[in-house]
Design a protein around this ligand. Structure first.
Ligand code: ATP
Ligand code: MG
Length: 183
C-alpha cells in the first residue's frame, strides 16, 4: 500500500487546496520552522482515523481546521484526501478491483467528521479496517512524531524492539484488526 498523493484543504496551516505527489522511495520534507512539515504528517494520521486531538497537537478535533491569521479569516471546514496506489493489490482483498483508493475525511465545525472511500460515504471503522493490516494505521509507530525520537532512543531494549517490530509490520496485525472490528 503506497501513498501516492495527499490533498489538503483548510487543514491547519494548509488553508488553500494543496496537492502533494508522493514519489516512490524515501520522501523528505524540508522547510523553515513553522512552515507546516509536522502538519503534513498529522494530516496523514488524521485521514487514517486518528481521533486523539492531543496527538494532533490540539485540544479538540475542530482545532485541525484553519483557525485564521491576521490576514485571513478562519475556515469552517477541513478536508484531507489520501490516495493509495493499490496496483500491487496489497490493500485488503475487498479492494482488489481498485488500482487506486482515495480516502477522504472531512470535518465541519461543531458537527464532527465524515469519511469517504472512492467517493462513497463510509464509517470511520471502514477506514480503520482498510489500514489495520498495513502497519500504517493512525496509531502505528511507523509514524514517529517530533519529540518521540528521544522516547525511542531512551526506551528499554525490549520496548524498543516491540516498537520497531510494530513499525515493520511484523507484530500486532491480528490485534489491531480485532480492535478495529470490535469498535
Ligand atoms: P518545525 O520545524 O518547528 O517542527 P514545522 O514545519 O513542523 O515546524 P508545523 O508545526 O507543522 O511546522 O506548523 C506549525 C504552523 O502551523 C504554525 O505556524 C501554526 O500557527 C500553524 N497552525 C497549526 N494549526 C493551525 C490552525 N488550526 N490554523 C492555522 N494555522 C495553524
Ligand atoms: Mg515539526
Amino acid at each position: 500500500m503506497r501513498f501516492s498523493r495527499l490533498r489538503l484543504s483548510g487543514f491547519k496551516s494548509f488553508v488553500d487546496p494543496t496537492e502533494l505527489h508522493i514519489e516512490r522511495g524515501l520522501t523528505g520534507v524540508v522547510g523553515p520552522n513553522g512552515c507546516g512539515k509536522s502538519n503534513l504528517l498529522e494530516a496523514i494520521r488524521w485521514v487514517m482515523g486518528e481521533n486523539r486531538a492531543k496527538s494532533l497537537r490540539g485540544s479538540g478535533m475542530d482545532d485541525v481546521i484553519f483557525a485564521g491569521t491576521d490576514k485571513r479569516p478562519a475556515r469552517n471546514m477541513a478536508e484531507v484526501t489520501l490516495v493509495i496506489d493499490n496496483q500491487d493489490r496489497s490493500a485488503p482483498a475487498e479492494y482488489n478491483d481498485e488500482d487506486f483508493i482515495e480516502v477522504t475525511r472531512r470535518i465541519e465545525r461543531e458537527s464532527g467528521s465524515a469519511y469517504r472511500i472512492n467517493g462513497k460515504d463510509v464509517r470511520q471503522k471502514d477506514v480503520q479496517l482498510l489500514f489495520a493490516d498495513a502497519a500504517t494505521g493512525a496509531h502505528s509507530p511507523a509514524l514517529v512524531s517530533q519529540g518521540r525520537i528521544g522516547t525511542l532512543i531512551n526506551a528499554k531494549p525490549q520496548d524498543r524492539r516491540a516498537i520497531l517490530e510494530e513499525a515493520a509490520g511484523i507484530s500486532g496485525l491480528h490485534t489491531r484488526r480485532k480492535e478495529a472490528e470490535s469498535r
